[in-house]
Ligand binder design. Sequence first.
Ligand SMILES: Nc1ncnc2c1ncn2[C@@H]1O[C@H](COP(=O)(O)OP(=O)(O)OP(=O)(O)O)[C@@H](O)[C@H]1O
Ligand SMILES: [Mg+2]
Length: 252
Amino acid sequence: MSDTKILALVGKGGVGKTTLSAAFVRSLAQMHPEAKILAIDADPAIGLAIALGVEVKQTLDDIRKEVIEAAKNGAGKAAVELLGEARFRIFDALVETEEFSFLAIGRPEGAGCYCAVNAYLKEVIDMVSKDFDYVVIDGEAGIEQINRRVMEKVSHLFLVSDASFKGVQVLRSIQKVAGELVMYEKCGAVINRVDNPEILEQMSDIGAPIVSVIPSDGDLALNDIKGQSIFALKADASVLEGAKRALEQMGI
Ligand SMILES: Nc1ncnc2c1ncn2[C@@H]1O[C@H](COP(=O)(O)OP(=O)(O)OP(=O)(O)O)[C@@H](O)[C@H]1O
Ligand SMILES: [Mg+2]
């Protein structure tokens, strides 16, 4: 499908990206029961799997390594054959549920750099998105994946912050570069855990419109500590309502 909507959630650590990604997946599945939805956990810590209640067997990093091995051992194979094989492996690694498919980037072992798997993720987003109507990407905290153009093909960029100075500062720095590095159609900010509306007055210059404001959600906190997925929440939970508002405001 050429008109795939690719949603990505970015922002500072701990502001609610994973929770909202899961809430988006649940809301999209409910709003568009026929649609094909792919959830991508682009955070090496693999939090989205828990939030969606799926078990990860193979990550993108596992596949990347296998493909590199296969390429080394398959000197006779044509490049197109290896490419087909990579595609097959990626689709094979998708966790399928009735509501959505799921893929996790995984955590490369060894010190430091995620560049290789991030570069791979960028290609994979290109490769697999066509087969889905909606792709929801739970981004790694911070600005790295924007700078590395992993988010280049994202059509709907959600800047997520809590009601903190640092959170909003991160949004401002992402917003500044996203215009150049992300080919988005729409960009909007979601402000999470706002219990005092006065706080919003301090957030006028994020550079993107605020598309949803979400209060602290006691039911979500309880759900979280029990290790339950987003699907265990009541349909009228404020985080789910807030997610729906954000989707509507962004024209999804
Ligand atoms: N509106 C809310 N009300 C109550 N708790 C919330 C709310 N939003 C998020 N949380 C809780 O805050 C914590 C952090 O949220 P989450 O993991 O979604 O953030 P994150 O941005 O993905 O963090 P990280 O950058 O570490 O991946 C979780 O325990 C989550 O349950
Ligand atoms: Mg997270």
